[in-house]
Every structure is written in structure tokens, then in C-alpha cells.
Design a protein around this ligand. Structure first.
Ligand code: HMG
Ligand code: MG
Length: 298
């Protein structure tokens, strides 16, 4: 049985734009987020409060957040440490995400820490965020394969997933950062997580479309009962600290499939596609999303 309703966790403004070579002007980012909200998306990741040298594309977080914080949607932000949480709290953010790695190589590249050092860094962040009554998401990257280490064993992913839940995260997002997952692997991981006590209701999925498997993987996750799906408008994105990562699952491709399955998302596909076409013009290159191209005849 498929779920009747799905929450799309829109990551284009964060995961998408963090990977653009050109830095997008702050007012353009704000307009992007406003248009995404207007298209009916209700959870729109806005930016990251990370070190500006590590992700210069999002160095304007302090300027951007106040330009969109009046929107009647959830605007989660990424915070790696106490400093990031301080910055997010100062601006009135209500949802935060920490971001762990299932592999040592990516933990080092992305956070300058071992996997366990990163978890130790998140511990006081999650505790304080929960004290502040924030909703906390725990991202987990490289859940299927890693550019340096190859295929990632399921038990390794389960260990870090449980550690994130034990810290107090409300929700996990399982990242296929380099887009190598296939549906059987997705189902193996979800089943193993359930067996180890992580309920499907706490699990979101975050697929990248490198091998064209993102929608197949999403369908497998839906059939397993997952109702939170990450996607990026126009298929923007990748990851600056994982070279082989290509774009995220495009929100338009996801909405097209869900609409066909009769699953409610509340998203207006016409408005969303127009927004991604507009953003593609701003970036000076066409959207990689098949659905955006089909609907805009580009
Ligand atoms: P570090 O160099 O080890 O930092 O980086 P540190 O803790 O040693 O601190 C060094 C300096 O940075 C200090 O300043 C701190 O104050 C400052 P100094 O005293 O030297 O002047 N600093 C900060 N400044 C502003 N904001 C902060 C902050 N923290 C420290 N939050 C650090 C460690 C975690 C900071 C760094 O590695 C970092 O910022 N990493 C972020 C990388 C990132 O954002 N990656 C992309 C997101 S993950 C992703 O995209 C995957 C995902 O989409 C899912 C998937 O697809 O898999 C989520
Ligand atoms: Mg990603």
C-alpha cells in the first residue's frame, strides 16, 4: 500500500545552491524561496549556518534568513555545531538539521572530524535545540556508496542512524549522496533500520539521480511506508565535498510521479516548473529535470 500523503522536504535553496560555482545574489535566493512557497511547498530548507570558508555560496545566511522568515512554511537550516546553532537561534529559526556521515572519509572531508567526533560535536547542539523546542533532523550522508570507500555496508549505516536517534533527532534523512543506490539496497537498509528499532515514521530519504535511479528508489521507499521525501527544485545540487555527486532528485520529477500515483503533495506543478525555469535562467544553464524540460519545451 502506498501512503495517501507525502511531505516533500525541498532542498534546492540549500543543497542545490551550495554547489553552484557562481554565487547567487541574496535577493535572488529569497525570491527563489518565496516562489517555492507560493508553489505549495511547505518545508523549504533555507540555508546553512556553517563556516563561510567551507561553503562560501551560503555565506549570506544572516542576510537571507530574515528576508524569508515571515513565510508561512517551515524553513529548516543546517547547523554543524554550537556556533551554527547560536547563529540560527539569533535569527529565530525553528528547525535545524545536523549532518553526519556513514563513512570516515566523508566525515573528514565535510566536517574535519571522524564519524564519532562529529557525533560528539552534535550532541550538545541537539540537546540545546530540543531544549529550545526546535524540531531536529539528522542527515546521514553516504548511506549506500562513498566516492573514496566504495559500497557502504548496511550495518555501518544502521550504527550511525541509531546514534543520531539516540542524540534526540526527531527525524533522519538517509542520503544517497553520490546517487549509487538501487531499490533492493534501499529496502534492505529500511528493513534493517526497522529491525534495529528505528521506525519508518522517523525516516526520510534523500536521493541523488546520478544513475537515473532516484525515482525507482523513491517508489521502493514509498512502498515501504516512507512519507518524507527530499527533493530539489529543478534537480539543482550535488555536494561540494563529494566530487562524484550530481543533482538531487528533481522536485518536479517527484511531483509528476506522485500525482500519477494519486498521492497528495499540495504542490502546483505549473508554478514549480516556472520557478525552476526562472532559476535556470538566473544560473545560465538548463535544468537537468526531465519534467521541467518536458513542461517548458526547453
Ligand atoms: P573546522 O575547521 O574544524 O572548525 O570546521 P573549528 O571548529 O576548528 O573552528 C574553526 C573556526 O571556524 C573558528 O573561528 C570558529 O569560530 C569558526 P576562529 O576562532 O578560528 O576565528 N566556525 C564557524 N564560523 C561560522 N559558523 C560556524 C562555525 N563553526 C566554526 N558554524 C566545521 C568544522 C564543521 C565548522 C566545517 O567543517 C564546516 O562548516 N563544514 C560544513 C560543510 C557543509 O556545509 N557541507 C555541506 C552540507 S552536507 C550535505 O550537503 C549532504 C546532505 O545534503 C545530504 C546528502 O546528500 O548526503 C545534507
Ligand atoms: Mg544532498
Amino acid at each position: 500500500d502506498l501512503p495517501a500523503r507525502v511531505t516533500i522536504h525541498e532542498v534546492g535553496a540549500r543543497d542545490g545552491l551550495q554547489n553552484e560555482k557562481a554565487t547567487v545574489p541574496t535577493p535572488v535566493k529569497a525570491e527563489f524561496i518565496r516562489r517555492l512557497a507560493d508553489a505549495g511547498l511547505t518545508t523549504i530548507e533555507a540555508t546553512s549556518f556553517v563556516h563561510p570558508k567551507w561553503v562560501p555560496q551560503l555565506a549570506d545566511a544572516e542576510q537571507l534568513f530574515p528576508l524569508v522568515s515571515d513565510l508561512p512554511v517551515a524553513l529548516p537550516v543546517l547547523v554543524p555545531n554550537q556556533r551554527g546553532l547560536d547563529r540560527a537561534l539569533a535569527l529565530g529559526a525553528k528547525r535545524v538539521a545536523v549532518f553526519a556521515s556513514a563513512t570516515e572519509s566523508f566525515a573528514k572531508a565535510n566536517l574535519n572530524r571522524t564519524v564519532d567526533e562529529a557525533l560528539a560535536m552534535f550532541e550538545p547542539v541537539v540537546r540545546r535545540a530540543k531544549d529550545e523546542r526546535m524540531q531536529v533532523r539528522g542527515y546521514l550522508s553516504m548511506c549506500f556508496g562513498d566516492p573514496w570507500e566504495g559500497p557502504v555496508p548496511v550495518h555501518q549505516v544502521v550504527r550511525v542512524s541509531k546514534a543520531l536517534m539516540d542524540l534526540g533527532c526527531d527525524e533522519l534523512s538517509l542520503g544517497d549522496t553520490i546517487g549509487v543506490a538501487t531499490p533492493g539496497h534501499v529496502l534492505d537498509l529500511l528493513s534493517e533500520l526497522n529491525e534495529e528499532g528505528v521506525p519508518t515514521s522517523a525516516i526520510g530519504v534523500h536521493f541523488h539521480d546520478t544513475y537515473g535511479q532516484a525515482l525507482a528508489n523513491t517508489l521502493a521507499a514509498l512502498q515501504h511506508g516512507v512519507t518524507t521525501i527530499d527533493a530539489s527544485a529543478g534537480g539543482l545540487g550535488g555536494c561540494p565535498y563529494a566530487k562524484s555527486a550530481t543533482g538531487n532528485l528533481a522536485t518536479e520529477d517527484l511531483v509528476w510521479m506522485l500525482r500519477g500515483l494519486g498521492i497528495d503533495t499540495g504542490v502546483d506543478l505549473g508554478r514549480l516548473t516556472a520557478t525552476s525555469a526562472w532559476m535556470a535562467d538566473q544560473l545560465g544553464r538548463p535544468s537537468p529535470s526531465r519534467t521541467v524540460r518536458a513542461l517548458t519545451h526547453k
